[in-house]
Design a protein around this ligand. Structure first.
Ligand code: KDG
Length: 316
């Protein structure tokens, strides 16, 4: 049984062969995208075990996603193939610099049909951590119920619940997001928001205010991401900022938050201190932005250790 279980939608993602409005782009590269499966891949590359619960369409893109995730070592035994609904699709558009826009074609997708009957209690209960994000409850009412049920199962087995709000305003309004995500947060042990997300959800101002509010809500371990400056971490005993790493060149910032979550959860699985978890999370985030895909930059354990020790690989 995997150490970390996660659930959510993974789509086929088409990234443009050049910059500019999509109407002028003629070439695309096929990749995969899904916050939760990115975290699962990140954990597997670091030597942990991770399982991903979802639905995919009975189509070529569904087969592609399954094959890629299996190839990364993610346990896909809990993925259902939906005979009616298709695998979701998204496109990336790169405007100036590294400003990336996304267009989703995922309404009514197979993953959006997930429901609580898809959950195997024992599969979740035997994990050490359940990782969820704010994307899944935005997909449909049945996905929302599935997330709530997964939380209930995790609680009944006493396993840790980790939550990344991942607010996607292309999927729901801020009021809808706030209503649901504020209900989810107090049920979680670990919460990993970006500063902007924490402020939007909690109505707070600044990092320390956000951390205090999350602690009041009963969250035990908090990491608030502050972009290139790294993150702030806190629990009942400490609150401090851990500087970020310079990634060198930023190619695509999407996926950095998932890499961060994988690094942080890896530290938790290894019983590391809060500060050590933050250092691993920051390093993973920095490495993730150096490639154009959402997960391709995720390091292996050796690559992470080399990066942390300032070692460079011999290239030739
Ligand atoms: O965190 C990166 C994800 O946003 C991306 O891989 C796609 O899961 C995705 C989403 O719903 O936007």
């Amino acid at each position: 049984m995997p150490d970390v279980v996660t659930l959510g939608e993974t789509m086929v993602m088409f990234s443009p062969g050049g910059q500019g409005p999509l109407r002028y782009i003629n070439e695309f590269h096929k990749r995969l995208a899904g916050s939760e499966s990115n975290v699962a891949i990140g954990l597997c590359r670091l030597g942990h075990t991770a399982g991903w619960i979802s639905r995919l369409g009975q189509d070529e893109f569904g087969q592609y996603i399954l094959k890629e995730l299996r190839g990364e070592g993610v346990d896909v035994s809990q993925v259902k193939i939906d005979e009616q609904a298709p695998t979701g699709i998204m496109f990336k558009e790169i405007r100036s610099g590294y400003e990336t826009r996304v267009s989703y074609y995922r309404k009514g997708s197979a993953a959006s049909q997930m429901n609580k009957e898809d959950l195997d209690q024992e599969y979740i209960g035997k994990a050490k951590i359940l990782h969820i994000t704010g994307i899944t409850p935005a997909l449909s009412p049945t996905c929302r119920d599935t997330v709530y049920r997964a939380i209930e199962i995790a609680k009944s087995y006493g396993i840790l619940i980790s939550f990344d709000p991942n607010i996607r305003l292309k999927l729901w309004s801020i009021d809808q997001a706030r209503k649901i995500l504020i209900e989810i947060i107090p049920k979680c042990d670990i919460v990993l928001p970006g500063l902007d997300e924490a402020e939007l959800l909690l109505g707070t101002s600044g990092v320390e205010d956000s951390i205090d509010r999350l602690l009041q809500l009963g969250v035990k371990k908090i990491a608030v991401k502050v972009g290139a400056e790294g993150c702030w971490v806190a629990d009942a005993n400490e609150k401090c900022q851990i500087s970020g790493f310079n990634p060198g060149q930023i190619i695509d910032p999407i996926g950095a938050g998932d890499a961060f979550a994988a690094g942080f959860l890896s530290g938790i699985l290894e019983n590391k201190s809060l500060l050590e978890c933050a250092v691993m999370a920051n390093a993973m985030g920095a490495l993730a932005v150096t490639t154009s895909g959402d997960y391709e930059g995720l390091p292996t354990r050796k690559e992470l250790n080399d990066f942390l020790n300032g070692r460079q690989e011999i290239a030739r």
